[in-house]
Design a protein around this ligand. Sequence first.
Ligand code: SF4
Length: 397
Amino acid sequence: MSSSEDESMSEVDEQEEQEKKTKSEGSVLDYIMSLESVPSKLPPHLDLMRTRVFCNNDAPDHTETIQYSGAYAALGVDNSIRLDKFCRNFKVQVNRLTEDDIEFDMMGIDPALANAFRRILIAEVPTMAIERVYIANNTSVIQDEVLSHRLGLIPIKADPRLFEYPENAGNDKNEKNTIVFKLHVQCEKGHPRITVKSNELKWLPDGSELPAEDVKPNSGSKPRTFTSFSCSQDSLPEFSTNPIAPKNLDIILAKLGPGQEIELETHAVKGIGKTHAKWSPVATAWYRMLPEVVLLKEVKDELAEELKNKCPVGVFDIEDIEKGRRRATVANPRACTLCRECIRGGKEWEDRVSLRRVKDHFIFNVESTGSLPPEVLFTEAVKILEEKCERVITELS
Ligand code: SF4
């Protein structure tokens, strides 16, 4: 046999040896992992700490979320954030939906993300709100600046997605970035006092009617106004069947005595709540973690009755067991407000009842001010977060 043949034989032997070694190492690892004493998931007490907030009598405990991917590596548990895991676990369930508010459960999401949606809803989803007020006459007792502020806070029923931000158009106030309303109310002398409400705001689809410059008598030409609309807004298909108006028509703006008058024009523009609260599209946007009420011991007879009576919102109920005895059950944990009444009255009550919150299950409530339906507001918030993520990816790449 030649020396080159000798070398190739020894290489093949080495390869086979290596494969055998890897195989035996793999089977040893499989064997170790299959041993009962080697955990493949977190022990129950650690799992509870990871997934629940404990609401103790004095203060909540385990409020943090553990983000580090290798936090449980020693126990063979992967704690990394993975897209496939998120897609598997994430769920949304709508519980209540009306014209103005929505309640839904959002499950399998990190508290930081749930809070991002809440903050975007309050401060970054745009709406239309009155920004400029041109007062021609105000002889009422309410000052111009107070009246302007009240007008700014009136929710406008107009889809902000159909408008542009005014900054994009420079000084040009056109039909794509401005909505004009006028208000002219007078209380005649000798008549009783009148209340001016938001229903007095009349939409001007053709733009401003107030002259922006001194009108020369007998000049003949039409004076320049505060806007330059190229077409009437009510000729646009979006508004022809859905005229723009304040969302609520009974908001009190001022009271006028006999002989008093208010004449003004207002311009509403697109903006976000981060600039001023008047542009915030929500009256409230809040969430709470799903409550979990657990009886650690059986609570029977008089104690069961006492526990049921302790809870002001009816979380507990009583069921009959054998021989005329009764025991407490948790009938409606979702109603728990975390008042902690059930664990007050001594250490023994803390040993009987455990109050917890599920860290990745949020009961979300959104109440719209009226510019967009609440379910649309939430989808707009999702789009804004998506845009932010895309911006970050672009900056990093
Ligand atoms: S914390 Fe308050 S609301 Fe919740 S179960 Fe106890 S008593 Fe009822």
